[in-house]
Design a protein around this ligand. Structure first.
Ligand SMILES: Nc1ncnc2c1ncn2[C@@H]1O[C@H](COP(=O)(O)OP(=O)(O)OP(=O)(O)O)[C@@H](O)[C@H]1O
Ligand SMILES: [Mg+2]
Length: 158
C-alpha cells in the first residue's frame, strides 16, 4: 500500500512561489493532474507560471479565467492550464473535452480544482497532486504557505 506523500513550503514573495512551481514543472509527467487550491489572488497563477517555465514553456502564461482552458505546447510535454472558477457544473468540463486532456499527453494544472472534485475523484490517485496555497496575514501580506500532497493510492493492490 502506498503512503500519502506530503510536503510544505513557505513563501515570502511571489518569486518564491514561482520557484516552487518551477521545481514541480521540472518533474512533471504526462497524465499528471495538479490541483491548485486557494483563495482569490493567493498565487495559483504565479505558481503555474513557474511550473510552465520548469517545463521549458516560453509562451507567456496568463490566467485563463474567461476561456477555462489554455494549452501550451512549446515545453517538454504539453501543459493544459484550467481555471474552473466560473464553471457551472462538471458537465461543462466534459463538453470542452476534459477527458482528452486528463488522459492525454500532457500535464493538467487546475486552478479552483475544488469546484470539480467529482471529476478529479475519477482520476487514478497516484496521478493527482494537490497543491494548496494559503495566506497567513499574521506573517505579512506576501507570506504564503504551500502545501503539497499526493493522495494514497486506493490500497486495493495491498
Ligand atoms: N508569496 C507570494 N506568492 C505568490 N504571489 C504573491 C506572493 N506575495 C505577493 N503575491 C502577489 O499575489 C498575487 C497573486 O496573483 P495570482 O494571479 O497568481 O493569484 P491567483 O490565485 O491565480 O488568483 P485567482 O484566484 O484570481 O486566479 C500577485 O499579484 C503576486 O505578485
Ligand atoms: Mg489565477
Amino acid at each position: 500500500m502506498k503512503m500519502d506523500s506530503s510536503w510544505r513550503k513557505e513563501s515570502f514573495c511571489a518569486q518564491q512561489t514561482w520557484e516552487a512551481g518551477y521545481a514541480l514543472g521540472q518533474k512533471a509527467f504526462s497524465g499528471q493532474v495538479i490541483e491548485l487550491i486557494g483563495d482569490l489572488g493567493v498565487g495559483k497563477t504565479v505558481f503555474t507560471q513557474g511550473f510552465a517555465a520548469g517545463l521549458g514553456i516560453k509562451d507567456a502564461v496568463n490566467s485563463p479565467t474567461f476561456t477555462i482552458l489554455q494549452v501550451y505546447e512549446d515545453g517538454r510535454i504539453p501543459m493544459y492550464h484550467f481555471d474552473v472558477y466560473r464553471i457551472g457544473d462538471s458537465e461543462e468540463m466534459l463538453e470542452i473535452g476534459w477527458e482528452d486532456y486528463v488522459y492525454g499527453d500532457g500535464v493538467c494544472l487546475i486552478e479552483w480544482a475544488d469546484q470539480i472534485e467529482d471529476l478529479i475523484g475519477e482520476i487514478p490517485a497516484e496521478k493527482v497532486m494537490r497543491v494548496e496555497i494559503r495566506k497567513d496575514l499574521s506573517k505579512g501580506t506576501d507570506y504564503r504557505e504551500i502545501l503539497g500532497r499526493i493522495p494514497a493510492a486506493s490500497g486495493d493492490e495491498a
